[in-house]
Design a binder for this molecule. Sequence first.
Ligand code: ATP
Length: 370
Amino acid sequence: MGEVSFASSGADLELVGIQKRFPGFTAVENLDLKIPAGSFFALLGPSGCGKTTTLRLVAGLEDPTQGKILIGGKDVSALKPHKRPVNTVFQSYALFPHMSVLENVAFGLRRRRVGDPVAKAHEALRLVELDHVADRKPAQLSGGQQQRVALARAIVNRPALLLLDEPLGALDLKLRRQMQQELKQIQQEVGLTFLHVTHDQEEAMTMADTVAVMNKGRIEQMGAPEELYELPQTVFVANFLGQSNLFSVKVVGDTDQVLHTDLEGTRISLPRARSMRDSGTITVGVRPEKLRLTGEAPVADASTNVIGPGRITDVSFIGVSTQYTVEVPGAGDVQVFAQNMQAGPAASLGDQVWLSWLTEHTFGLADDRL
Ligand code: ATP
């Protein structure tokens, strides 16, 4: 068979109208999803939103109430779990303690009677940079190394699709960040399709090329991490991915490019294409780091929004940045994150300030009420 190669053997995954009802509870509702071959896809959402159930449906550990699942264009809905070209890596890596690292990785191959399991296991271990500890027992490895062995074991038989269910959840923060980078590199090297489930937004954003934000059994929004962050479309996504300042405003006019709205007598503008509607009450938002805080009122025009004056009611010095809470009459409490260009915060508690930001940084949400 010659040299073992891990190059691009991923397949695409398609979920068509998937629904999963448990007695008295619908965990997944009308899920339509297409994940291209070779992509790193993250399903992100709070606890209980249906992420794990979705993964279990793909693995064949649960049967959908409705809908079908296709892997590489083939309907696998009726296949038993072991017949699907899928492996799963869980948070608990469950390595066999009495076997060496190499035996743990080769175990599944031996059972499947695949040719030269030892060579394949070594190759998988090289990929996760653990070939030098192949003879050790799992207990002689760190948590991060054990998780990498679990990963090697899951990719050794080259599944078309790798499912990862909070695989880094048991690791401490520093190791977790390091493993995020490593996982991403390994995914790029092996070219397999990864479907990663997590509740950690930073983890999803750093690793995945596409993120789907899930809430109450439904996908709220799906896209590249930057797109989801810069242009959230629902209140849930705006608040789940980072922080947002959201305002309920009335549309008062427009030009070809810009929609003008009224917030208690103050004008807020946004690019017209960003608003789902061009009349009535809409919800608009801006990220805290997009706001500028000044002691004098800046000039407002179609490309610059200005609200204020307000009063600083809280200052939190974070080191690289300072977070301010500004109470603005008519707008409520507004969060501002400012980079610290000099030592210490630029403004103090109780200061009167104006807040301004570029129209191009305003986003419009589908929800019409906060
Ligand atoms: P977590 O991150 O906490 O695991 P999750 O997003 O992965 O959350 P799921 O495990 O998919 O969520 O669960 C979604 C919902 O379905 C939860 O409210 C859960 O209680 C419910 N659920 C899951 N399995 C069953 C079951 N076998 N019977 C009844 N309800 C279930």
